[in-house]
Structures are given as C-alpha cells and as structure tokens.
Design a protein around this ligand. Structure first.
Ligand SMILES: *[C@@H]1O[C@H](CO)[C@@H](O)[C@H](O)[C@H]1NC(C)=O
Ligand SMILES: *[C@@H]1O[C@H](CO)[C@@H](O)[C@H](O)[C@H]1NC(C)=O
Ligand SMILES: *[C@@H]1O[C@H](CO)[C@@H](O)[C@H](O)[C@H]1NC(C)=O
Ligand SMILES: *[C@@H]1O[C@H](CO)[C@@H](O)[C@H](O)[C@H]1NC(C)=O
Ligand SMILES: *[C@@H]1O[C@H](CO)[C@@H](O)[C@H](O)[C@H]1NC(C)=O
Ligand SMILES: *[C@@H]1O[C@H](CO)[C@@H](O)[C@H](O)[C@H]1NC(C)=O
Ligand SMILES: *[C@@H]1O[C@H](CO)[C@@H](O)[C@H](O)[C@H]1NC(C)=O
Length: 431
C-alpha cells in the first residue's frame, strides 16, 4: 500500500480532535400530543463536551393520525459526523414513523433543531378509506380506545408496543392504528435511530411494566389506619409478571407493615389473596399477595386492600394476662418493655422474630405480644408469603423467590428513599 493511500485511509477513520471542546445543545424530552398541536417547538440547555466529541440531534415522531409521540434527545456524542437526515421508517397511510438524525462538529450548538417542522412538512394526503381501526398512543395501556376511519390504502389494524431506549430515553409506547401491511412491523426493520435503540413487540404482555418499590413502616395503628402505597415503576424482563405483597404484624400497641411491588419470574397470575396467619386475639399476622401480568396491574394504592379484609372483633375485653408488647424491624425489642394487659382469650406471652427475604426486602421483624397457645408459631411453618420467603425463629438460609440478582441495588434505592426510617433496616444479608 502506498504511503499516500495509508494516509488517506487514516484520515477517513480518525476523528481528529478539535483544539477546543465543543459546547452542544442538550435536552431529553418526550411529548405525546394531539396532531392539532403540531408543529411543536422546544428549548434546550447546553453542555460542554469532552475533547473530540461532537453534537447530536435525534428526533423520532410516531404518528397515528390523531396523536403524535415525539422523542427528542440532543447532547454530546463520541460518534462521528453524520449529515442531517430525515428518514421515513414507516410511511403512511395510517401509522407512520419518522426521524431526524444529525451529528456535527463545525461549531458550538450546531445540533440546533428546535422544532418538528422539517419532519412535519411532509405531506399526508390520503383520503378516507373503508376500514375502521382502534387508534391509540399511550405510555400506560390502550384501555378505552377511539375508533377511526382509516385513510385510503389501509388494509390492517395494528396493535403493538414500541420500546425506545438510549440517550437518556427509556419509554414503552402502546400503539394502535391503521396499516397498509399485515404483521408486527411498524418499525419496518429499524433497530436504531441516532442514539436510540428501538424495538417492537406485539404480544399481549410486551414490555410489561410493573409498579416497583419496597418499604417497611413501623407505627401504632397500621392494622386500622390505611397508609398510602405508591411506588415508581419499571419495565420487566421477558417472562416476568408483576407482584404486590403486604405483610402486617400487629401486637396491639405496636405494628409493622412491609410493602413490596415489582417484577418477578417463576410465578403465574394469582388473584389478590388475603391470609390471616395468626390472631386475633393476640398478635395479628396477616398478608396480601397479588401476582398479575398486565401493565401496572399491581396498582393497589393503599394498605386498605389488606385492612378491609381483616377480622374486626368487638373491642377485646381485657383478660388476666400481662405481656410485654413490641413489634419492630431490625433492632431487637428492648429488654424490659412495659407490660400490657392482654385481651381475653390469650393465655401466653410470645417473644420471637420473623425473617423476610425477597421482593427487595431483607429484614427481621422482632415481635413480643400475647398469643393463644403456649407453643405458638405465628406463621405455622409457612415459608412463602407472596413474594417473601419467610422463617420464624430460625436462622435457616432463606431462598429468595428470585427473579433478579438485583436485591442489593434495590435495597440501595429504598435506603435513599427511606430517610428517617433508615434505622429500621438491617444491613446486608443476615439481620
Ligand atoms: C385534540 O385536542 C382537541 C382540543 O384540545 C380535543 O378536543 C380532542 O379531543 C383532542 N383529540 C385527541 C385525539 O386527543
Ligand atoms: C420500509 O423501509 C424501506 C427501506 O428500509 C423503504 O424503502 C420502504 O419504503 C419502507 N416501507 C414503508 C411502508 O415505509
Ligand atoms: C444551526 O446550526 C447550523 C450549523 O451550525 C447553522 O448554519 C444554522 O444557522 C443554525 N440555525 C439556527 C436557527 O441557529
Ligand atoms: C387507632 O385507631 C383507632 C381506630 O381507628 C383509633 O380509635 C385510635 O385513636 C387510633 N390510635 C392512634 C394512636 O392513632
Ligand atoms: C411482665 O410480666 C412478666 C410475666 O408475664 C413478668 O415476668 C415481668 O417481670 C413483667 N415485667 C414488668 C416490667 O413488669
Ligand atoms: C373471656 O373468655 C371466656 C371464654 O374464652 C369467657 O367465658 C369469659 O366470659 C370472657 N371474659 C370476659 C370478661 O369477657
Ligand atoms: C398449621 O398447619 C397445619 C398444616 O399445614 C394445619 O393442619 C393446621 O391447622 C395449621 N394450624 C393453624 C393454627 O392454622
């Protein structure tokens, strides 16, 4: 090879570092709007890039004729220059997918696309046809959808989900609309658009989204006063279902409730189930468990899903027995707690603990209270409660119901969210 040719090749493959770092426009935005609100404009921040990096713009429009989903990401990128380009991944009639991509280095803020206009100017002039299809664009579920007369040339109704991932974007869009083709192929084979990886799935549980998060609450009245149960959400891995589990331990003056929501493998759907593991009278241990497989189906909003199903005996008459009473997460009960008069019908004092593992929880709940039998086991050898593996007064290793190897990261996440109740948590693996 001649030295001149070698040089030319080198020149073609190297991105020569600029003397100074570029400043680029930066933004990550998503809009789901009415067609009537188009075209759309936006503002961007700025960021200073690493030496040699360029500025990128990626804009994706998914349009069903009534609504448009707009995904925008711009910022610094190590990728080589690419001319500004508009691509029609899926032309209409009906659903269409359009994108604009650009990577530049010629001057600061050269990734300056600020409106959908260059894409929206594309004509769409088909008259009405005879087919009618449900049309929907939604980040939740397409539950009640509008039916629309499709533009001429449409032959099929489409129903699927599109995932967009990368460049700070992580979205699943439920899509329904008119198509001129059969099949699950609204993306027409597209895998990547600029900095965003796109994928499509038309199965009913595509990119299942579940509510997600775990917490442990300590309080006086948790079996009577419902508390809010809200969480973040996440997209599950293939084959997973959604779960929600509550475990309540109430000894009278003292109670703990543990909440978990998330994705889990190896379970089938299971209608909501309330179980009373022990009491009343005496220490009440009760749980709520629900496994389901549609988007954000684990959406119980408060602990009343459990509390409303608890037995409500008439105000207990006091008995003769006195016992120390205490329920708390992680830290053992104090050595000489005050004694409390037990309800009539209880005959013994209980002192022990329940260990929990799974659904993002690793904890030990310490319990003292009144019970009805000398040999009382609060769980009666139950080993699974919803998503939790449980053991009572035993240090045997707990098999998690897992799912994800992600318990440590999830723990971290609640620790951040927990603030004051942090002290209730034990550290890692054994409490
Ligand atoms: C679009 O917006 C108009 C006015 O804001 C509203 O009446 C109409 O229902 C919207 N259509 C859709 C499909 O959201
Ligand atoms: C599908 O993509 C190809 C190029 O990849 C393009 O030529 C064709 O027009 C697209 N089909 C539709 C219906 O948009
Ligand atoms: C956007 O950037 C290009 C290239 O740097 C420049 O030629 C153009 O004038 C800019 N447009 C606006 C509206 O700033
Ligand atoms: C506990 O709940 C009961 C019934 O709702 C109420 O009468 C009582 O005042 C509550 N106690 C506390 C400490 O909140
Ligand atoms: C509480 O009652 C137990 C017996 O049920 C007794 O052994 C203990 O001393 C009592 N504790 C206090 C602080 O009164
Ligand atoms: C306590 O319960 C027993 C039966 O368990 C009953 O015979 C007795 O009357 C009850 N005492 C009070 C004060 O309610
Ligand atoms: C404990 O479990 C056994 C078998 O699982 C059952 O026969 C028994 O009735 C249970 N006891 C209580 C108090 O629920």
């Amino acid at each position: 090879m001649s030295p001149a040719l070698q040089l030319a090749l080198l020149g073609a493959t190297l991105v020569l570092p600029r003397a100074q770092a570029l400043t680029c426009q930066r933004a990550t935005r998503e809009f789901l709007i009415n067609v009537s609100e188009m075209p759309l404009r936006w503002k961007a921040d700025h960021e200073v890039c690493a030496n040699g990096w360029g500025c990128q713009d990626t804009l994706i429009l998914i349009d069903n004729g009534l609504q448009v989903n707009i995904v925008l990401t711009k910022g610094c990128t190590p990728v080589g220059n690419q001319d500004a380009r508009i691509t029609e991944h899926r032309a209409g009639p009906g659903l269409s997918v359009l994108s604009y991509t650009h990577v530049c280095r010629q001057e600061d803020n050269c990734n300056n696309l600020s409106t959908t206009l260059p894409l929206w100017a594309l004509p769409s002039t088909a008259g009405p046809g005879s087919l009618r299809c449900p049309v929907c664009l939604s980040k939740q579920d397409c539950e009640s959808v509008t039916k629309m007369t499709c533009p001429a040339g449409s032959t099929h109704c489409y129903r699927g989900s599109i995932q967009l991932r990368g460049g700070g974007v992580f979205t699943v869009l439920r899509v329904q609309g008119c198509m001129s083709q059969e099949g699950c192929n609204v993306l027409n084979g597209t895998r990547e658009i600029g900095s965003i990886v796109v994928s499509e799935d038309c199965s009913p549980n595509a990119f299942l989204t579940c509510e997600w998060g775990s917490e442990l609450h300590t309080g006086r009245n948790l079996s009577r006063m419902p508390i809010r149960w809200t969480t973040a959400h996440k997209i599950c891995d293939p084959g997973e279902v959604c779960e929600e589990t509550l475990l309540l331990v109430d000894a009278g003056q003292s109670s703990v409730i543990v909440e978990s929501k998330g994705c889990t493998k190896g379970r089938t759907q299971d209608a909501p189930t309330v179980s009373i593991h022990s009491g009343p009278p005496g220490v009440l241990v009760a749980s709520y468990a629900h496994f389901c497989s549609s988007n954000r189906c684990n959406r119980a909003r408060s602990t009343s899903v459990l509390l409303n199903s608890l037995p409500r005996p008439a105000a207990p008459t006091p008995g003769d027995l006195q016992c120390p009473i205490c329920v708390q997460g992680s830290t053992p009960c104090p050595e000489n707690p005050e004694n409390v008069t037990c309800p009539n019908g209880t005959t013994h004092c209980y002192s022990g603990y329940i260990r929990l593992y799974g659904g993002g929880i690793i904890s030990k709940i310490h319990i003292q209270g009144c019970v009805t039998e000398a040999s009382s086991s609060l769980l009666n050898h139950t080993q699974k409660i919803g998503i939790f593996s449980v053991a009572e007064n035993s240090e045997e290793p707990l098999e998690p119901f897992l799912q994800d190897g992600a318990v440590p990261t999830r723990l971290l996440a609640w620790v951040v969210g927990l603030g004051l109740s942090l002290a209730l948590w034990c550290g890692m693996p054994l409490c």
